[in-house]
Design a binder for this molecule. Structure first.
Ligand SMILES: Nc1ncnc2c1ncn2[C@@H]1O[C@H](COP(=O)(O)OP(=O)(O)OP(=O)(O)O)[C@@H](O)[C@H]1O
Ligand SMILES: [Mg+2]
Length: 252
């Protein structure tokens, strides 16, 4: 059996304001194995970003268990979770989030420089060169992010996310700021990295891209609706069904 990288058990997230409680996640169970490519789709407000923030240790669940490579990370201190995040999690955001004062090279090297365990300069150089090459950006190593196209910036962001060899790459709407040509290039690159072994979990509104994943999940009203076992239920049909209860019955 493949290693389980990520395990969520009955995760809930409740946001309370003065006026109301919002149950953003209602009992999420999810296992992601080494080499998986998971996509999460669903309507606005269904909890996708909340789930990704919990997976990325940027937020804590209200209840439930979260294991990364078997280690319980749900109740950790901020300092502990920052260090686990640096070692185990890679992030790619819609808005690239590169640092414009730094070169492409230094953006990619940054996560390695933040590590507790200090790598030598030659180890850092070798890792950065490997990832520059993988995302085909070696010829732009000394450029600043603002001197690159959006697609190129996103490729640099992917290299930065993977240079530390995380357990999982979390991707939130990676093509949201790209035209369709650059979007396709970035998505093809992610698929290729997955074929080479990167474990991926991606939130996307774009059904074409969601369909590139090997495990396609839908979130509806804070609950997971698994469509992988029911390939005949296309997303368009799911959305036409409308009532969430009915979808859950169909997918159960
Ligand atoms: N900090 C917060 N305080 C209160 N409610 C919140 C907070 N963050 C999210 N919510 C609520 O939780 C629910 C899930 O939000 P979330 O951002 O996860 O949705 P989403 O699926 O990412 O939507 P979108 O596709 O529009 O980005 C929404 O009803 C939202 O209003
Ligand atoms: Mg969102």
């Amino acid at each position: 059996m493949q290693d389980i990288k990520i395990q969520l058990k009955d995760i809930t997230k409740m946001f309370a304001t003065d006026e109301m409680e919002t149950h953003a996640l209602r009992g999420i169970d999810l296992s992601i194995r080494a080499g998986d490519y998971v996509s999460i789709a669903g309507p606005s407000g269904c909890g996708k970003s909340t789930l990704l923030a919990i997976l990325g240790l940027l937020d804590t669940p209200t209840s439930g268990q979260y294991l990364i490579e078997g280690k319980d990370v749900a109740g950790m201190s901020l300092a502990q979770s920052a260090s686990i995040r640096n070692e185990k999690i890679g992030f790619v955001f819609q808005a690239f989030n590169l640092i414009d004062e730094l070169s492409v090279y230094d953006n990619i090297a940054l996560p390695l420089r933040y590590r507790n365990k200090t790598l030598s300069q030659s180890e850092i150089d070798a890792r950065v060169a490997k990832w520059l090459d993988k995302v085909e950006m070696g010829h732009r190593a000394r450029h600043r992010p603002s001197q690159l196209s959006g697609g190129q910036q996103q490729r640099v962001a992917i290299a930065r996310a993977l240079v530390g060899e995380p357990a999982i790459l979390l991707v939130d709407e990676p093509t949201g700021n790209l035209d369709s040509t650059n979007g396709d290039i970035v998505m093809e690159m992610l698929a290729q990295l997955n074929r080479e072994g990167t474990t991926l979990c991606m939130v996307t509104h774009d059904q074409r891209y969601a369909d590139m994943a090997t495990t396609k999940l839908h979130l509806m009203d804070g609950k997971m609706v698994r469509t992988q076992a029911e390939p005949e239920i296309a997303y368009s049909q799911v959305s036409q069904l409308g009532a969430y209860d009915r979808v859950e019955q169909v997918a159960a």
